[in-house]
Design a protein around this ligand. Structure first.
Ligand SMILES: Cc1cc2nc3c(=O)[nH]c(=O)nc-3n(C[C@H](O)[C@H](O)[C@H](O)COP(=O)(O)O)c2cc1C
Length: 356
């Protein structure tokens, strides 16, 4: 059984985690996932400004905490994710001290992974090590560097199939997770000499993906795109309809920076871009449209609301290559339970077979 669930005692194996998706993953999603014995992350995203309100809301939603199978009520059983090139550590610290989330997830530092050292140190100090440090990385070199420099509790190993932002150049979890596992191995240890735990992310949408990732060396999995088709996600109807409609994500999604440019988001470190469904914004950019005109058309599309999505639309629809595996809206709790149950069955069946 996986060691990771000892740190999050309300969770069950294999661990199913909902990603801290900026503007999408709010307390209702994270709490629903944790209540189903997964681990839900709230996205602080680009800013730490409204973090206190978000964690207050999560606390209220968890007032019936007994539902969570846990003996340890000294942490809030949800995590918080920060895009660290943009969010403020100074603003975050007093709120983290006040609410003590079980984990903080750090992504995309502005100049290098050294930038994450003050985040890890100050957060650990603020909650006497009760808040675990998760860092999302997308390459073997970054995994080794983060393990040595930041010593996180968890490395989220993000493969190139992931929806939203990740490294522009990268491998899928099929090679990334086992290579990180082999390289980090027992040589590099996390805090307290404990092994650093690996969680896989990118393209995982059902129990088959989770079982595969566990066989590759992960102790659990992060799902982002799959949770876009849950009522608890804060997304426009037009966006959710596109997630349900789209298939064959390897050819219908693309990694690009244009979706940031048209939304006037500047500051992502050069090596990152975002994966989303191909739409008119992207097609026009490839055909040479100037960024200014593309942005102007994007702003016009915003006025169309839900009609602004789709292949002929312009509104950004971040999604991973697994989008074709997401075919219906399900409660977040149902997603967690069905994904975990299938993964468990597949893993158990494999164990039985290996004994023959
Ligand atoms: C809409 C969307 C928003 C995201 N926002 C963030 C974010 O704010 N911070 C972060 O670390 N990762 C973010 N991600 C990436 C996820 O953490 C995760 O790596 C990814 O969703 C996993 O791949 P999947 O979408 O194929 O499941 C986002 C992903 C999506 C789809």
């Amino acid at each position: 059984m996986s060691a990771i669930i000892n740190d999050y005692p309300w969770t069950a194996h294999p661990l199913v985690v909902s990603a801290p998706m900026a503007r999408v993953a709010k307390p209702p999603l994270a709490v629903a996932v944790s209540k189903a014995q997964g681990l839900g992350f709230i996205a602080a995203g680009y800013t730490s400004d409204n973090l206190d309100d978000l964690l207050e809301e999560a606390t209220n939603l968890l007032s019936d905490r007994k539902i969570i199978h846990s003996n340890d009520f000294s942490v809030l059983p949800v995590g918080v994710g920060f895009i660290t090139w943009s969010a403020s550590l100074k603003t975050a610290i007093p709120v983290i001290r006040k609410h003590c989330p079980c984990a903080v997830w750090l992504f995309a530092p502005p100049t290098g992974f050294q930038d994450l050292v003050p985040w890890a140190t100050q957060i650990r100090d603020a909650t006497s090590n009760r808040t675990k440090i998760w860092v999302q990385i997308g390459s073997v070199a970054d995994a080794i560097q983060v393990a040595r420099v930041v010593r996180p509790d968890v490395l989220v190993v993000q493969g190139s199939d992931a929806g939203g932002h990740s490294l522009a150049r990268g491998a899928s979890i099929v090679t990334l997770v086992p290579e990180v596992y082999d390289k980090i191995g027992n040589e590099i240890q996390g805090p307290g000499g404990k092994p650093i735990q690996l969680i896989a992310a990118g393209g995982i949408c059902d129990g088959r993906g989770v079982a595969a990732a566990v066989n590759l060396g992960a102790q659990g999995c992060v799902l982002g795109t799959r949770f876009l088709a849950s009522p608890e996600s804060m997304i426009a109807q037009g966006y959710q309809d596109e997630i349900l409609r789209a298939s064959d994500g390897g050819s219908t999604t693309v990694r690009t920076k244009i979706y940031d440019t048209v939304r006037d988001i500047h500051g992502w470190p050069d090596e990152y871009n975002g994966r989303g469904l191909i739409n008119q914004t992207y097609v026009d950019a490839v055909q040479g449209m100037m960024e200014e005109e593309n942005r102007e058309l994007y702003l016009q599309a915003m006025e169309e609301g839900d009609q602004g999505y789709g292949p002929k639309g312009r509104l950004t629809t971040y999604a991973g290559t697994g989008v074709g595996l997401v075919n219906k809206v399900m409660a977040a709790s149902e997603i967690v339970i069905s994904v975990r149950d299938l993964a468990y069955k597949l893993l158990y069946r494999q164990k039985q077979m290996s004994r023959l």
